[in-house]
Design a protein around this ligand. Structure first.
Ligand code: S3P
Length: 429
């Protein structure tokens, strides 16, 4: 098990951070390439553990993957192959849930599994609606926990109203709907990240939308292949946005980054807290892409209880900004945090307390009283976003983060970028 020591930053920084490619879009590129009958060409595919697991599953399902310098070419198989092995999704909830939807109508038997953290995460939110339209999905705890077994079946068209705003559930259902026997409808309480709808529409799928209700027409023929350059990941960039916001006189610039409104809400929250944040739109490839600039500002406390699905991955990093801002910040309606790569309410609360910050825990969030983040030993709980959030907090007074291997799941060059602004040391093997 490796630990990361982060030293207190010596001077302000002004830097352009080349953060890695978007994780959500990368997963989707690999899986959606199977919906075409021609090769897809993807530039800047995320080279991190989660998305590499997805790519190797796509290979095991029969696709040919050719790797070039910063491009991959995925040639889909004529027919999805029934693999003789378990499909390993690693740590990735996105991979397992999207494959459940995709495979539920494919001829054959498929077993999806992952690591010890993924094995604890709820899958019934996907298996139940899929089984209700004719899918045959089973797993531990009555189709809730992996290993998950899928036997492809003919699916019925549906009109499903989800109780949670989850892009993973939505995407699984859309993938199923593309092969159902009629037009399907999917509704969620609040729009979750919409990469699936944007990308599939770009590939030629007939997906319409009104008042958070999506209408999905089954495919009449294979979709057009993807030709895409994946932008940088705003959720990864956000760690360095927090660094700029809490270190006086500092500035972080992120270029070629997704400006999809369902992904940049945390930057807007940071702006409301007092940081200087600017967005510059440059182009539109499936979604808006451009530049984000974040500069230090004296931060004040904030209450967050809305748009939670647009902030879900950034709340751990935001908790660091809350912990140094003036006043008491509150996060509510965020129960979904409990079923992420770790129970993120518990991981944030416990680790902030270790840093001498006063925190109250609620079932659906927490209250953080701004103060000084002291140096402490942090438990990442095997969760990449917890490890990276507290590594950034360490810029203030130093920090030791235990169990940092998880950073590789989403942001392989995180430590390299951190080293550009402060001294770090890695202990253990
Ligand atoms: C993701 C959706 C979100 C997010 C995850 C990636 C996606 O999960 O937390 O990191 O790519 O669809 P939920 O859909 O479970 O909220």
């Amino acid at each position: 098990m490796k630990s990361l020591i982060v030293k207190k930053i010596k001077k302000p920084f002004s830097k352009n951070f080349e953060v890695s490619s978007d994780k959500s879009i990368s997963h989707r590129c690999a899986i959606f390439s199977l919906l075409s009958d021609k090769p897809s060409v993807i530039e800047n595919y995320l080279n991190a553990e989660d998305t590499l697991h997805t790519l190797s599953i796509v290979e095991m399902l029969g696709a040919k993957v050719e790797r070039f310098e910063n491009k991959i070419k995925i040639t889909p198989p004529k027919k999805i192959k029934e693999p003789p092995v378990i499909l390993d999704c690693g740590n990735s909830g996105t991979a397992i849930r999207l494959f459940m939807g995709f495979l539920s109508s494919k001829d054959g038997f498929f077993v999806l599994h992952g690591d010890k953290y993924l094995a604890k995460r709820p899958m019934r939110r996907v298996s139940a609606p899929l089984n209700s339209i004719g899918a045959k999905i089973d797993g531990r705890d009555n189709a809730n926990l992996s290993p998950i077994a899928v036997r492809g079946e003919r699916l019925k068209a549906f009109d499903y109203e989800s109780k949670i705003s989850s892009a993973q559930v939505k995407s699984a259902m859309i993938l199923a709907a593309l092969n159902a026997d009629g037009v399907s409808f999917y509704k969620e309480p609040h729009l979750s990240r919409d990469h699936t709808e944007r990308m599939l529409r770009g590939m030629g799928a007939d997906i319409r939308e009104k008042d958070c209700k999506i209408e999905i027409h089954p495919l009449k023929s294979p979709l057009k292949p993807l030709e895409i350059k994946i932008p940088s990941d705003p959720s990864s960039a956000f760690f360095f946005a927090i660094a700029a916001a809490i270190i006086p006189n500092s500035k972080a610039v992120f270029k070629n980054i997704s400006l999809n409104p369902t992904r940049v809400e945390a930057f807007l929250v940071l702006k409301r807290m007092g940081a200087k944040v600017d967005f510059n739109l440059k182009e539109n490839i499936y979604e808006p892409i451009g530049e984000i600039v974040v500069e230090y500002g004296k931060l004040k406390a904030i209450e967050i209880s809305e748009n939670i699905s647009w902030l879900i991955d950034e709340l751990p990093a935001l908790s660091i900004a809350m912990a140094v801002s003036e006043g008491v910040s509150v996060v509510k309606n965020a129960k979904e945090l409990r079923v992420k790569e770790s129970d993120r309410i518990k991981s944030v609360v416990e680790n902030l307390r270790r840093c001498a910050i006063k925190v109250k825990e609620f079932e659906d969030g927490y209250e953080i009283e701004g103060g000084e983040i002291k140096k402490a030993k942090i438990n990442s709980f095997g969760d990449h976003r917890i490890a990276m959030s507290f590594a950034i907090a360490g810029l203030l007074n130093g920090m030791e983060i235990e169990d940092i291997e998880c950073i590789e799941t989403s942001f392989p060059n995180f430590i390299e970028l951190l080293e550009k602004i402060s001294e770090v040391e890695i202990l253990g093997d």
